[in-house]
Design a protein around this ligand. Structure first.
Ligand SMILES: [Zn+2]
Length: 765
């Protein structure tokens, strides 16, 4: 009795030392208009590590702007003393080659489930970064038997923000304008230094340090079985999306992935409903096909990934939604009403960050519950999936990246990327890279190395197919211009590769030792993803481009050799306002940014750009930016798809074939045929100009529409035949290059990178 009392007192004293987030930070976490920034969050996790034997921090690496990226490891006291062994078991189960059934059974019996939860990758989706502190506190201090059981069975890896730089940008901006008429408004720039919202589209290409940091922890260190990524969506629909996912489904992903996601998701919704939370939906909007997102990429690497999307407030400010403003309109909920996947609609009213945190917290706890209940199933299922992937291979089958190919340095980059993904790579004596199919990640290899054919799923007879959620292709050999062969080599003798240092690419070598052109990129207020990706690409190759807002362009393009207009809608470039359609009474309302962040190029800016080119500058435009140039400059080019409706032409993001002109500086080093990435209706038609100007069609689409699509999905492709995809021309003393596609798409399309650099270097004689 006395001993029990002492133990109780001791437990109380131990936990009393752990402050709540609100106590430690001296602010009311989760209250209206209260936000902890990332540095405060990290300091709180530091305190938890100091005071609780259940919490340990790992630094995953540095962010783009130099913040340490932290991940908390949370489990029972006993497990925390045994983490190395727990990691080892998880690694062995993820790659069971060489293990006997008895060994696997013993590992599954003794191992712990590892669950990764990532928060706040999209920085304005802020609630999860606050929830993470409260959840960690609760797990660190709980004394009830159920929580202790969960912590005995599960190791939780909790990342409070996957984009710390953006979390700080958002909290700084929010605090600055709180209580003003811009309270809770959007940022005037991207919330990741380079790639803004696209930081969740980088998970197979791993271009950014944040992506690489977490990816390394997942696929080289921890090998979690379950991965939950916590997001927020719009304000006026359902309150929370929880898997099951929506169609289409990738038939190559092991079905146990979906069964586990459904099991975990169903328990989340069940616990939320028991707590009286309305507005839960499944089978909505978010599909089981697209590869680019955090947890999605893991599906092809045998990890069960779940996405949570909770309705947003205005950052930390409440929002009130009228019942008549609630809407569906998206796959899985066309009309806003009770349906079997949405049986208890939210009826409107005030919605606050605290609501989001509560929903997220209940769902997160329910995930731990299922992982504890199903610990052995989760560990055995990983083995089942890995073995199924290994068994796909014929004897000696694999992918070869031959040493003898047009662009070996870029081929090395592809091999290095696969290595970073945890793929087994060997190198033969002749220098070829070889990736055997008989490995746990073989489905991942197939997915990234073969063309995609988008599954055309109809939910009702006679209706249109479900359109892709995002892009419809990720075939890296095509995008990068690298030769990769699927072949059989029965007695291959290769050495396991542990490091690859790619050689210098030809387009870089060609200009070694020369002063670089001085480059500026147009940067509209509100930020443009394509501006960020362009800036990232040029930074990678040492161009250090300037990024110019409309006011800066208007004040002149002095000391600039080349000006890039990225893929931004022409109306946005001219006026600073989004070009939304008026058809069907479309809304014209645009939420205002503060006055210093408003405006577009207008006439004054357009005049500056025109004078810049006339006097000898180079103007380069991508995607919709070309439409702006066609509109503002007197040039013999038109976009024949400028007014095409989605029924006439549609491409969500696919790789297509073009023929490349061989005798122009901008196409130097390019093969006669290549793949380009298109997601915007552009098909140029040129006409012979007067003698004041020269023009060149740099790339053109095939004559036969059936030759166009290489990977992905397209409709109306016959409208591309015999049209130009890229054109160049002289203009006064300067030059214009129009790329009617994304030559630098999300850092993936290395096949067309050389043309971007060639355009910047291009000088007419
Ligand atoms: Zn998001």
């Amino acid at each position: 009795m006395k001993r029990a009392l002492l133990a109780l007192l001791f437990a109380f004293a131990a936990h009393a030392a752990v402050p709540t987030p609100s106590q430690f930070l001296n602010l009311k976490v989760g209250d209206d208009r209260v936000l902890a920034d990332y540095r405060q969050i990290a300091s709180y996790f530091g305190e938890l590590q100091k005071e609780s034997p259940r919490v340990k921090l790992e630094t995953l690496g540095k962010t783009t702007l130099g913040e340490p990226m932290i991940m908390a490891v949370i489990s029972s006291e006993a497990n925390m003393k045994n983490l190395e062994r727990i990691q080892e078991v998880s690694r062995k189960l993820a790659d069971p080659r060489g293990l006997t059934d008895a060994q696997i059974e013993a590992l599954a019996r003794d191992g712990k489930a590892i669950a990764l939860v990532t928060c706040n990758i999209h920085s304005s989706e802020i609630a999860s970064s606050q929830m993470a502190m409260e959840w960690a506190y609760s797990l660190a201090t709980a004394t009830d038997p159920e929580t202790k059981r969960r912590l005995d069975d599960v190791v939780l890896l909790l990342v409070p923000s996957l984009n710390p730089d953006g979390q700080i940008m958002i909290t700084d901006y929010y605090r600055k304008y709180a209580g003003t008429k811009y309270d809770g408004g959007r940022l005037p720039w991207l919330y990741h230094h380079y790639i803004g919202h696209d930081n969740n589209r980088d998970w197979f290409m791993l271009t950014q340090v944040e992506t690489r940091n977490l990816s390394h922890a997942i696929y080289h260190e921890w090998h979690p079985q379950v991965f939950v990524d916590e997001h927020q969506m719009g304000t006026d629909g359902p309150r929370m999306f929880i898997p099951p996912f929506a169609d289409p489904v990738d038939p190559d992903v092991h079905p146990l992935i979906w069964r586990e996601a459904n099991l975990i998701g169903t328990n989340m919704a069940f616990r939320l409903e028991q707590a009286g939370k309305a507005g839960l939906i499944y089978g909505y909007s978010f599909d089981a096909y697209w590869m680019g997102g955090t947890r999605n990429t893991g599906w092809w690497k045998n990890i069960t990934g779940l996405l949570l999307e909770t309705a947003s407030a205005r950052i930390a400010s409440p929002v009130t939604i009228e019942p008549t403003e609630l809407r569906g309109g998206t796959k899985g909920l066309i009309d806003y009403k009770a349906t079997i996947n949405h049986p208890h609609p939210w009826t409107g009213g005030t919605w606050r960050m605290r609501d989001i945190m509560d929903y997220e917290r209940i769902a997160s706890d329910a995930m731990l519950e299922t992982c504890a209940d199903r610990r052995q199933d989760l560990l055995r299922d990983v083995v089942v999936r890995a073995k199924a992937a290994i068994a796909m291979a014929k004897t000696g089958e694999g992918y070869r990246i031959p040493r003898q190919q047009r662009d070996w340095p870029t081929a090395q980059r592809l091999a290095a990327l696969m290595l970073e993904h945890g793929v087994d790579i060997q190198q033969t004596e002749s220098g070829d890279y070889w990736m055997p199919m008989a490995q746990p990640y073989s489905k991942f290899l197939v997915e990234l190395l073969e063309p995609q054919r988008y599954p055309e799923v109809r939910l009702q007879a006679g209706k249109d197919i479900l359109r892709p959620y995002d892009v419809a292709t990720w075939t890296l050999p095509l995008a990068m211009g690298v030769t990769v062969e699927r072949t059989v080599i029965p007695n291959l003798s290769g050495k396991r590769v542990t490091e690859i240092q790619p050689e210098t690419q030809a387009f870089v070598k060609a200009h070694e030792g020369q002063p670089k052109p001085r480059v500026a990129i147009y940067n509209p207020w509100g930020g443009a993803l394509d501006e960020g990706w362009t800036r990232w690409l040029l930074d990678q190759y040492g161009f250090a481009p300037k990024s110019l807002h409309p006011q800066e362009v208007k004040s002149g393009l002095a000391n600039i050799d080349a000006f890039i207009i990225p893929d931004v809608a022409p109306e946005m470039i001219s006026t600073g306002r989004g070009g939304r359609g008026e058809e069907g009474g479309g809304m014209r309302y645009n939420e205002e940014l503060p006055p210093e962040y408003r405006g577009g190029l207008e006439k004054a800016g357009a005049d500056v750009v025109r004078t810049f080119v006339e006097n000898g500058g180079t103007l380069v435009a991508f995607g919709a930016g070309c439409d702006y140039v066609i509109q503002e400059f007197n040039i013999p080019v038109r976009n024949t798809l400028a007014k095409a409706t989605p029924a006439e032409f549609s491409v969500p993001g696919s790789l297509v074939r073009v023929h490349v002109r061989g005798d122009h500086p901008v196409t130097a080093g390019m093969p006669s045929e290549t793949a380009i990435f298109i997601d915007h209706p552009t098909a140029f038609e040129t006409t012979a100009p007067g003698s004041e100007m020269q023009r060149w069609v740099l790339m053109s689409y095939p004559e036969d529409a059936r030759d166009i699509l290489l990977s992905g999905w397209i409709s109306g492709e016959e409208r591309l035949t015999r049209k130009a995809a890229a054109v160049a021309m002289t203009y006064g003393k300067g030059r214009i290059v129009l790329f009617g596609f994304h030559p630098q798409h999300r850092g993936q399309t290395a096949a067309t990178f050389p043309m971007v650099f060639n355009a910047l270097w291009w000088k007419t004689q």
